[in-house]
Write a protein that binds this ligand. Structure first.
Ligand code: PDD
Length: 283
């Protein structure tokens, strides 16, 4: 079966899908994106992703390419046409095509691209054994709350993790606080059982998985404290984990060369993993 992409109003064969060389996404990374999970052919947490998309667009003074309803129709169609059962939908909107000039162009039409693909199930070892993260300095700009396609520091961080044989890189700010991962949010479980994850501000992305897992944790009467935590606190925690649309809830058992807790996935992480999995299945 050949893949299909949605590009500016048309469904086109994936191999032919293209945008213009003067698209501002290509020249300035002047655009935003969303990654949504597909479980059993259905999109997970669509409204939450559309809310975040709207916010990113507003923050960058960018017009939306189409209504929420129209976007939802395209997402469903792209899932159907690509026969996605379990995988992801990727949406990107950029400010459009214009002569290269930094300031916003006049009468520019927002470009929109939507793709979808199946993602094979993750190796069971990731959940059963957990993963290692390495730490890198957080060298990003001061608007990490916007889901912008400008991801170069994140790319470099993930490559550092890959080179070190780790699953993810956790970024540490100038005060020694862990902000988030290169494409995931970071969490620890203190010895008291309290869950800690950084509060929402301009230093991190408001992850949809973070939001859903926070709700699930609170429904379980768990205490959740949203505050910055240091690398030393993370190393001394009883558990750690990371969350994202593509990583779900993933136990972190080692930070650099330091084992977290027992060095195996802990009960709180496992419980949240299972609850989040039920959440995805129940949509
Ligand atoms: N990344 N922080 C960053 C910097 C991210 O890029 C992401 C998502 C998250 C988690 O957000 P969510 O739970 O909504 O997926 C946190 C996506 C998956 C990506 O870039 O592929």
């Amino acid at each position: 079966m050949s893949r299909v992409a949605y590009v500016n109003g048309r469904y086109v064969p994936f191999v032919d899908a293209a945008v213009h060389i003067e698209d501002r996404g290509y020249q300035f990374a002047d655009g935003v994106y969303e990654v949504m999970a597909v479980r059993d052919g259905r999109l997970a947490d669509l409204e939450l992703h559309l809310d975040r998309l709207d916010r990113s667009l507003v923050e960058l003074h960018m017009e939306t390419a189409m209504s929420r309803r129209a976007l939802a129709v395209v997402f469903e169609e792209i899932v159907r046409r690509n026969r996605v059962a379990n995988g992801i939908v990727y949406l990107q909107m950029t400010r459009g095509v214009a002569k290269r000039d930094h300031a916003f162009p006049h009468n520019c039409k927002t470009s929109v691209v939507v793709t979808a693909r199946n993602v094979p199930p993750r190796p069971a070892a990731i959940i059963e054994k957990g993963v290692r993260v390495v730490t890198v300095p957080d060298i990003r700009w001061k608007r990490c709350d916007i889901k912008s396609v400008s991801l170069l520091p994140n790319v470099l961080a993930k490559q550092r993790a890959k080179g070190a044989g780790a699953y993810e890189a956790w970024m540490v700010d100038e005060d020694g606080h862990v902000t988030e991962g290169s494409s995931t949010n970071a969490w620890i479980v203190e010895r008291s059982g309290d869950l800690i994850t950084r509060h929402l501000d301009n230093a991190i992305l408001s992850g949809i998985t973070r939001m859903v897992v926070s709700d699930l944790a609170m429904k379980q009467q768990r205490r959740l404290v949203e505050r910055p935590f240091t690398l030393e606190e993370a190393e001394a925690a009883s558990e750690a984990f990371l969350t994202s649309t593509t990583s779900f809830v993933t136990p972190v058992v080692q930070i650099n060369d330091v084992s977290v807790g027992t060095g195996t996935p802990g009960p709180v992480t496992q419980a949240l993993h299972d609850l989040y999995d039920e959440h995805l299945s129940g949509q």
